[in-house]
Design a protein around this ligand. Structure first.
Ligand code: A2P
Length: 319
C-alpha cells in the first residue's frame, strides 16, 4: 500500500492538524451512481488514500459516508480518525445563519461527528433560487466574508470541524479575511496545475501561512469542464517518457514540488494507484525550468459557469 506524506496545517489550537498531501476527489460529472462511487472509495482506501475531498454541491457526501462506514465494518481501517475528510459550504448557504445548519447536514450525510476541513466553496454567495447555470445577475451576490467566517470559526469552536478554510479566494479577499479572523484559514483550495501555475497567489498564501491545495491538478482531464492541456502537453510527455513515468505522475509531482497538496479524482483502479506513486523521484532543475514556461490558461472560469456578471468577472480576473 502506498505511503503518502502529510503536511501540518495551522490550526490556531493545541491540536496538531496534519493532512495527507494527496486527497481523492469525489466530484464526477455525470454523477457516478452510489455503488460505483462507494466501490471506488473503498478501492482508494485499499490503495493507500487517507484523505477524501467532497462537497455538499457534489452530491457525493452520502456515498463517502457509506464507504467510510463500510471500510470500518470490513476492517479496512480501524478508526475513522485514520481518515482526513474535507467538505465544503455551498454558495447558496454562505450566510451567517446557514453555516451551522449546513455543516450539520454534511455531518449527517457523512455519518460523522466531525469534519477534518470545512471550506467555503465559492468566493461569493448564490441565491437559493439557483437550480441551474448560467444564472441571472441578481442571484450572484458578494460574500459577507466577516459574518460567514465568524460562523465558520464557530464550527471549529464547537468541535464540528477540526480545521476551516476557503476555496477560490483571491489575494484581496484573503487580506480582508485576515484583517479580522480570530482563526485564520488553514487552506485555500485553488485550481492549480502546470498549465495554471498561479505563482502570485501561491506566494501570497505562503507568506500568510495559508496552505494551498490544488484542485484539477491534471486539468480535469476526461471531464465536461476540463481538457487535455495538462495531460496532452508535449513538454510534460517528453519528461514522462524520459523518466519512465506517466504525464499524470510528472504533473502531480510538479504540483507537490511547489509545496502544494493535491486533490485528484480517478475512479479507475490503475489510475488511482498511479496517482499515489509520485514519491520515489524528483524533477531536475532543467525539467522544472522547462515546465515553468508552459503556456498558461485557467480551465474553468466562474463567468463560464455563471455568466459574465460583474462580481464573477472581478474574481476571475484576480485568480
Ligand atoms: P478517470 O476517473 O476516468 O481516471 P483532475 O484530478 O485534474 O480533476 O482530473 C480528473 C480527471 O482526470 C478524471 O476525469 C480522471 O478520469 C482523469 N485522470 C485521473 N488520473 C489520471 C491518470 N493518471 N491518467 C489519465 N487520466 C487521469
Amino acid at each position: 500500500m502506498a505511503k503518502v506524506p502529510s503536511v501540518t496545517l495551522s490550526s490556531s489550537s493545541d491540536e496538531i492538524l496534519t493532512m495527507p498531501i494527496i486527497g481523492m476527489g469525489t466530484s464526477s460529472y455525470p454523477r457516478a451512481d452510489p455503488e460505483t462511487a462507494k466501490a471506488a472509495i473503498l478501492e482508494a482506501i485499499r490503495a493507500g488514500y487517507r484523505h477524501f475531498d467532497t462537497a455538499f454541491a457534489y452530491g457525493s457526501e452520502q456515498d463517502l459516508g457509506e464507504a467510510i462506514a463500510e471500510a470500518l465494518r470490513i476492517g479496512l481501517i480501524n478508526s475513522r480518525d485514520e481518515l482526513f475528510i474535507t467538505t465544503k459550504l455551498w454558495a447558496s448557504f454562505a450566510e451567517k445563519d446557514l453555516v451551522l445548519p449546513s455543516i450539520k447536514a454534511s455531518l449527517r450525510n457523512l455519518q460523522l461527528e466531525c469534519i477534518d476541513m470545512y471550506i467555503i466553496h465559492w468566493p461569493f454567495k448564490l441565491g437559493k433560487e439557483v437550480k441551474s447555470m448560467p444564472v441571472e445577475r441578481d442571484l450572484v451576490q458578494p460574500l459577507d466574508i466577516k459574518s460567514v467566517w465568524e460562523a465558520m470559526e464557530e464550527c471549529k469552536k464547537l468541535g464540528l470541524a477540526r480545521g476551516i478554510g476557503v476555496s477560490n479566494f483571491t489575494c484581496s479577499m484573503l487580506e480582508e479575511l485576515l484583517s479580522f479572523a480570530e482563526i485564520p484559514p488553514a487552506v485555500n483550495q485553488l485550481e492549480m496545475n502546470p498549465a495554471w501555475q498561479l505563482k502570485k497567489l501561491r506566494d501570497f498564501c505562503k507568506a500568510k501561512g495559508i496552505h494551498v491545495t490544488a484542485y484539477s491538478p491534471l486539468g480535469a482531464a476526461r471531464t465536461k469542464w476540463g481538457d487535455n492541456r495538462v495531460l496532452g502537453s508535449d513538454v510534460i510527455e517528453e519528461i514522462a517518457l524520459a523518466r519512465g513515468k506517466t504525464t499524470a505522475q510528472i504533473s502531480l509531482r510538479w504540483v507537490y514540488e511547489q509545496g502544494v497538496s493535491i486533490v485528484t479524482k480517478s475512479y479507475n483502479k490503475e489510475r488511482m494507484r498511479q496517482n499515489l506513486d509520485i514519491f520515489d523521484f524528483c524533477l531536475t532543475e532543467e525539467e522544472l525550468e522547462k515546465m515553468s514556461h508552459l503556456p498558461q490558461r485557467k480551465g474553468v472560469t466562474f463567468a463560464s459557469l455563471l455568466g459574465p456578471h460583474d462580481i464573477v468577472l472581478e474574481i476571475d480576473a484576480e485568480l
